[in-house]
Design a protein around this ligand. Structure first.
Ligand code: MLT
Length: 406
């Protein structure tokens, strides 16, 4: 008899964004004439930068000829992209990351979900709350938790974010081995300073722990004093893996390209305490389970680092950040406390009540889709997240509708 992985039974029935999509579809079916404005899932709406499109086209043409055709590429990604990443995103900012430490992939969601596979099942895992649900759910699937009770899984250490700490959780009060951090934060838009990240790096070093740092939104940081990478903190290369994505900075949500940095200096330990290279373990896992991203997509991603590509992604980010500012100012003018939207495309809004009720009210009365904070964890209850990823016209329209309806 084929048996299931019982850990899946501990999970909520469906993934947050699938749940929201279902509610939106129900609403749209019942109200076919209502124009819905989606400010829920962080999905970009603007076209790929011209530089990426040009490189994409050229690479597709290469695939049309036997002489320039590409079959399987290296599982870790082509050198041209790994080198462009190491130089463009790290070395240029003073971080000593080498191309060989970069693993190209099809998404930061997959990588941040899969990375836990290379660690033991009895490690203690610290996860912020509120949080991008992938970190929690993948640890549940792996069997590192007990059942869910009152919005929490037993066995996880929750790092609480709230108004008092500005949604930047403090260090855990009990020892942990694996720590998930995300800055600029999804969902709250909060950003950590260098001093705040340094505290985590020091903690990880002192406890032989590892930080999984999700920097998928780093391009939205506007304040030059804020770190964009954990490797801006001295010593982080020994204790941190970083996830990055082309989804939000260059519009690759539907094109799929991302990468994970696994420094060679990062170490984990065998049951008997022998050090093992995390780079080697991830390389083993990656080469076994993944065949990298298509050649044309990697060429398109490489173009992000060209002079034209850099100018074009900067224009995209400026566009979305104008939306973010507009949303935040508008919601504040309506009397809602907000954080985020200054160095992040997400605005985290105190809904002054139940977050799913606010979501439903917004959808039913205005046709605007947001994301209920409760979907990101217990500490998200009472909040909603509004995303800046849409056209400025739609964002204006959404805010006008909200003003009229609320
Ligand atoms: C979000 O809305 O939180 C993100 O778009 C989800 C993702 O990137 O997977």
């Amino acid at each position: 008899m084929i048996k299931i992985n019982e850990n899946f039974n501990k999970l909520q029935a469906s993934y947050l964004f699938s749940d929201i999509a279902k509610r939106v579809l129900q609403f749209q079916t019942a109200n076919p004439d209502k124009q819905i404005i989606k400010l829920g899932i962080g999905d970009v709406t603007r076209a790929l930068p011209d530089a990426c499109i040009e490189a994409f086209h050229t690479a597709v043409d290469e695939m049309a000829n036997d002489g320039t055709f590409h079959g399987y590429g290296p599982e870790q990604g082509y050198d041209f992209l790994r080198e462009a990443i190491a130089k463009g995103d790290f070395q240029s900012r003073g971080c000593n990351i080498e191309a060989e430490e970069v693993f190209v992939s099809d998404g930061a969601k997959c990588d941040s979900g899969n990375f836990q596979e290379i660690f033991a099942n009895d490690i203690r895992v610290a996860i912020p709350d509120p949080v991008y649900p992938v970190y929690v759910d993948t640890n549940v699937m792996a069997g590192r938790t007990g059942a869910a009770a009152d919005g929490r899984y037993t066995g996880l250490v929750y790092l609480e974010g709230n108004k008092e700490n500005g949604f930047i959780p403090g260090l855990p009060s009990e020892p942990v081995d694996l720590i998930y951090l995300c800055f600029p934060n999804n969902p709250t838009g909060a950003t950590a300073t260098k001093a705040q990240l340094k505290a985590w790096v020091d903690y990880a070093k002192a406890n032989k722990a590892l930080i999984l740092f999700d920097a998928a939104y780093e391009a939205f940081v506007q304040d030059d004093n804020l770190p964009r990478s954990i490797y801006e903190i001295e010593g982080a290369q020994e204790v941190a893996v970083e996830f990055r994505s082309f989804s939000k900075n260059a519009g690759f949500t539907g094109t799929r390209c991302a990468y994970t940095v696994v420094p060679k200096a990062c170490t984990a330990y065998t049951a008997s305490g022998e050090p093992v290279s995390i780079h080697g373990l991830w390389n083993r896992r990656h080469t076994t389970k993944f065949n990298s991203v298509s050649y044309p997509v990697q060429r398109a991603a490489e173009a992000v680092y060209s002079e034209a590509g850099q100018a074009q992604i900067s224009e995209l980010i400026t566009y979305y950040m104008k939306n973010a500012k507009y949303v935040r100012e508008h919601m504040e003018s309506l009397g809602y406390d907000c954080i985020g939207g200054e160095n992040s495309p997400y605005i985290w809004i105190d809904a002054k009540g139940d977050s799913w009720a606010f979501f439903d009210k917004l959808l039913n009365n205005t046709g605007v889709v947001c994301t209920p904070g409760a979907g990101f964890g217990k500490c998200g209850e009472g909040y909603v997240r509004i995303s800046a990823f849409n056209s400025f016209e739609n964002v204006q329209d959404a805010m006008n509708r909200i003003s009229e309806a609320i």
